[in-house]
Design a protein around this ligand. Structure first.
Ligand code: IVH
Length: 670
C-alpha cells in the first residue's frame, strides 16, 4: 500500500469507527457486531504501526493518554457557566412563565423547548478549528478544572468534526444505570466506596488522574448548548449539533406554551424510568434565542430557563430491625434495616431514622411497613409508617443503653434529641471520623472508603486521625489486608501523600469534625488563623473570645472550637498531624476592602431603625469591619437607643469613639 492509499484507508477507518461509536453510544442502533468493530480497530492499529506518520491526535487510537496526569489545573470558561433555578410544582412553573411574559413585550410570541434534566456532571467542551481541544468541569461557573484528557476517552464524542469552525459546547457527562451498577460492583469488591449516584460517578471518573482508568468507565455525554451560537432557536441548535455528529439526548420537544410544557412533563414522568440513565427533572428553556438576552440572568440563573424537579421516588418496605450507628461525635443515630427494595435504580436495605425524637414522633417499630424516599444523593429516609399494617406484637423501639461498637454506657445529651457514646477511643467513632476527614469536602483523600477504614481501624493501623498520614510508612501492612493487594495499597499511599501538602486550611478544619463546625464556620476560622500551628498557639485564655469576635461565628461554635483545641487528647492528634508534615495552604488573601468605611471598624449596640444584621451588612458592603464587641482598636461604637452605661464606658476606656446612628449614616454617605 503506498502512502496515498494508506492515508485514505486511515481516514476511512477513523470515520467508520467514529460513526460506529455514535451509532452505538448515542443512537443505540449499532450497525456492526462487536467483532466487526474490533476488526476495524485492529486494522487501524496495524496501519498506524506500519505508518506512524498517520497517527494524529484525532485518531480513535489516541483517546487514552500514556502517563497519568499529575493533577488538574484550573481553566477559565470564556463565558460563564450558569446553573438553573428549580421549580417543584405547577405553581412554580406558572410563576416562571408569568415572570417571562412580564419581561417580554406584550405581543411577543415564543415557545418552550422541554428536555430531560440528566443526572450527571456539567461539562464544557471546546473544539478549535474542528478539533477537540478542551474539556472543562463547571467548577464555580467562572473557572473549572481542565479534564480534557478524560473527556477525550468518551467514545461518543468525536475527536474531530467535519465542520472546521470553533465551537464551545456545554452538556452533561453521565453514565447508564446498568454501567454504574457494574462499576460499583467492581469498586465494592476492591474495598472501595460505591458511588452514591450517577453524578458522583461521572465527576469522580472525570477526575481520575489516569486516563486508562477513565476509559474503563463507560462515560457518555449529551450536549445541550452551543455558546455564542449562530442558530435562531434552541431546537435548531440541537438539530445542528446532531448533524455535526455530536451526541445530544434526542429527547427534546418544542411546545407551544406552558400547558404544552406541562403535558411533556407528565409524559416524561412515565418515560424516564424506561430510559437507561437517570434524570431528575425536565428543563424548560425559551426556544427563541433572540429573546434570551432581554430576559437576562439573576446572580446565578438564567431567567429564560428553569429545572422542574420530579418528587423523589418512594417505595414501601418492611423494617427488619432498628439499630444505631455511631457518628464521629459519638452520637448514636437510629437506622432501619429494611427488607431490600428497589428505589430510584438501586436496591435499598437501610434507611436513616435521624434521631431519637424522629423515631418517637414517627413511632417506627420493627415489623412496620414504611414508606421510604431517596432525595438526591442523601441516603434514603423513612417517611412514614402504615399503621394499618402494623403487626399486633410490634413494640416501641427502645434506644440502646450502650454503644453498639465499644459497649460503653451511652449518655443522653441534655437538650438534644441524641444519645452519645462518651468513649473518645471508641473504634466506631474513629471510623466515622476518618470517613469524614477523608471526604472531598475535607482532606479529599481518594482510595479510602468504609470497607478499608473498618479494616484499618480493626487491625490497629489507625488509632486516630493523624495516623492516616502514617499509612505510607505502613504500606506493606496495608497491602496485606484482605482484598487490598499491592496496587490498591500504592494508590492509597499516593493519595495520602498527595493530601499532605497543598490542601486549603479550611478543608482541614472541616475534616477535624469539631462539633457544630461546618464548612462555612471552617472557612471563617481558617481565614482568621491561616494555619493549624497558629490555631494551636493561640492564647488558650482568650481563644473563645477571639473566635466569637469573628463575624459569623456564634458563641456556641466559639465554645466548641475552644474546647476542642484545649482538649489534651485532641491537641495530641493535632500536633501529630503537624509532625507528619501536613502543610495546608492559607486561604487566598482577600482583596483590601474598598468603600467609604475601608479601614474602620464598628461595634453596633442598642436599638436602631433597622435590624442589626442589616446594619452589619451595610457596614461591610461599604468596606468596614464589624466587631461583635468593643475591643482594642474598634474605631466606632454605634449607639442606638437604650444603650447601657457600661458599654459607653467600655468604649471610652478603649479609646473607641461613640457615635449615633445618624453619624453612621453620614459616614456611609446616605
Ligand atoms: S441547561 C444556563 N439543560 O443541571 C443553562 N442543564 O441544575 C444551564 N443539566 O448545571 C444548563 N440536564 O449540569 C441544562 N438539559 C439540560 C440539563 C442540564 C442536566 C444540569 C447542568 C446544570 C444543572 C443545573
Amino acid at each position: 500500500m503506498d502512502q496515498t492509499e494508506a492515508r485514505s484507508r486511515h481516514d476511512a477507518l477513523c470515520r467508520a469507527i467514529q460513526e460506529h461509536n455514535y451509532r452505538y453510544y448515542v443512537l443505540d442502533a449499532p450497525a456492526l457486531t462487536d467483532a466487526e468493530y474490533d476488526k476495524l480497530f485492529r486494522e487501524l492499529l496495524a496501519l498506524e504501526e506500519a505508518n506512524p506518520n498517520l497517527v494524529s491526535p484525532a485518531s480513535p487510537s489516541q483517546r487514552v493518554g500514556a502517563a497519568p496526569r499529575a493533577g488538574f489545573v484550573p481553566m477559565a470558561h470564556r463565558v460563564r457557566m450558569y446553573s438553573l433555578d428549580n421549580a417543584y410544582t405547577e405553581d412554580d412553573l406558572r410563576d416562571f412563565d408569568r415572570r417571562i411574559r412580564e419581561r417580554l413585550e406584550p405581543d411577543a410570541s415564543f415557545h418552550y423547548i422541554a428536555e430531560p434534566k440528566i443526572d450527571g456532571a456539567s461539562i464544557e467542551v471546546v473544539y478549535e478549528n474542528g478539533v477537540l481541544r478542551a474539556g472543562i468541569t463547571r467548577g464555580d461557573g467562572q473557572t473549572g478544572e481542565d479534564v480534557t484528557e478524560s473527556v477525550r476517552t468518551i467514545r461518543a464524542l468525536p475527536l474531530e468534526l467535519r465542520d472546521k469552525r470553533t465551537f464551545t459546547l456545554r452538556g452533561e457527562v453521565y453514565i447508564h444505570r446498568a454501567d454504574l451498577a457494574a462499576v460499583n460492583r467492581t469498586r465494592t469488591a476492591a474495598g472501595e466506596e460505591p458511588f452514591a449516584n450517577p453524578r458522583n460517578a461521572a465527576s469522580g471518573s472525570l477526575r481520575l488522574l489516569d486516563t486508562r482508568l477513565v476509559a474503563e468507565r463507560p462515560l457518555r455525554i449529551a450536549l445541550y448548548d452551543l455558546v455564542e451560537t449562530y442558530f435562531e432557536s434552541h431546537h435548531a441548535m440541537l438539530q445542528g449539533l446532531m448533524e455535526l455528529g455530536l451526541p445530544t439526548h434526542r429527547e427534546e420537544e418544542l411546545v407551544q406554551d406552558l400547558d404544552g410544557a406541562l403535558a411533556y412533563i407528565h409524559r416524561f414522568e412515565k418515560r424516564r424510568s424506561k430510559l437507561p440513565y437517570d434524570t431528575d427533572g425536565v428543563v424548560l428553556k425559551v426556544d427563541e434565542l433572540a429573546l434570551r438576552p432581554g430576559l437576562g440572568f439573576t446572580a446565578r440563573f438564567p431567567r429564560w430557563a428553569t429545572a422542574y424537579k420530579y418528587a423523589a421516588e418512594q417505595a414501601r418496605t418492611v423494617v427488619l430491625n432498628i439499630s444505631a450507628d455511631v457518628g464521629r461525635t459519638g452520637a448514636l443515630t437510629p437506622v432501619a434495616d429494611l427488607e431490600p427494595v428497589q428505589l430510584s435504580g438501586t436496591v435499598v436495605s437501610r434507611a436513616s431514622l435521624h434521631n431519637l425524637d424522629y423515631v418517637a414522633a414517627k413511632d417506627v417499630r420493627v415489623g412496620d411497613t414504611v414508606t421510604i424516599q431517596k432525595a438526591g444523593e442523601i441516603i434514603p429516609q423513612v417517611l412514614e409508617v402504615d399503621f394499618a399494617q402494623r403487626p399486633p406484637d410490634a413494640a416501641p423501639w427502645e434506644p440502646p443503653d450502650a454503644c453498639p461498637v465499644c459497649h460503653t454506657k451511652a449518655v443522653r445529651v441534655e437538650g438534644e434529641a441524641a444519645i452519645r457514646c462518651p468513649n473518645v477511643a471508641c473504634p466506631g467513632r474513629l471510623k466515622a471520623a476518618v470517613f469524614h476527614f477523608t471526604r472531598r469536602a475535607a482532606m479529599d483523600i481518594d482510595h479510602i472508603g468504609h470497607v478499608l477504614i473498618d479494616q484499618l481501624v480493626d487491625q490497629g493501623l489507625l488509632l486516630n486521625l493523624a495516623d492516616i498520614f502514617a499509612l505510607p510508612a505502613k504500606r506493606d501492612a496495608v497491602a496485606a489486608l484482605e482484598r487490598m493487594g499491592e496496587k490498591s495499597a500504592d494508590n492509597l499511599v499516593a493519595a495520602v501523600a498527595a493530601a499532605r501538602t497543598g490542601r486549603p486550611f479550611h478543608r482541614l478544619v472541616t475534616g477535624l469534625g469539631i462539633p457544630h463546625v461546618g464548612t462555612v464556620a471552617a472557612e471563617l476560622i481558617a481565614d482568621r488563623y491561616g494555619n493549624l500551628r497558629a490555631l494551636l498557639d493561640a492564647d488558650p485564655a482568650s481563644l473563645k473570645e477571639s473566635l466569637a469576635e469573628i463575624h459569623g461565628i456564634g458563641p456556641k461554635i466559639a465554645e466548641s472550637v475552644a474546647a476542642f483545641v484545649a482538649d489534651p487528647n485532641q491537641r495530641r492528634v493535632l500536633e501529630a498531624i503537624l509532625e507528619h508534615g501536613v502543610e495546608t495552604v492559607a486561604p487566598a488573601p482577600k482583596a483590601a476592602p474598598t468603600g467609604p468605611l475601608a479601614g474602620m471598624s464598628f461595634c453596633v449596640t442598642g436599638t436602631l431603625t433597622e435590624p442589626r444584621e442589616e446594619v452589619w451588612k451595610r457596614i461591610e458592603a461599604a468596606g468596614g469591619e464589624v466587631h461583635r464587641s468593643v475591643k482594642n482598636g474598634t474605631t466606632y461604637l454605634v449607639a442606638g437607643g437604650k444603650v447601657g452605661k457600661t458599654k459607653i464606658e467600655a468604649a471610652e476606656k478603649k479609646g473607641t469613639k461613640v457615635i449615633d446612628e445618624a453619624a453612621l449614616r453620614t459616614l456611609l454617605g446616605d
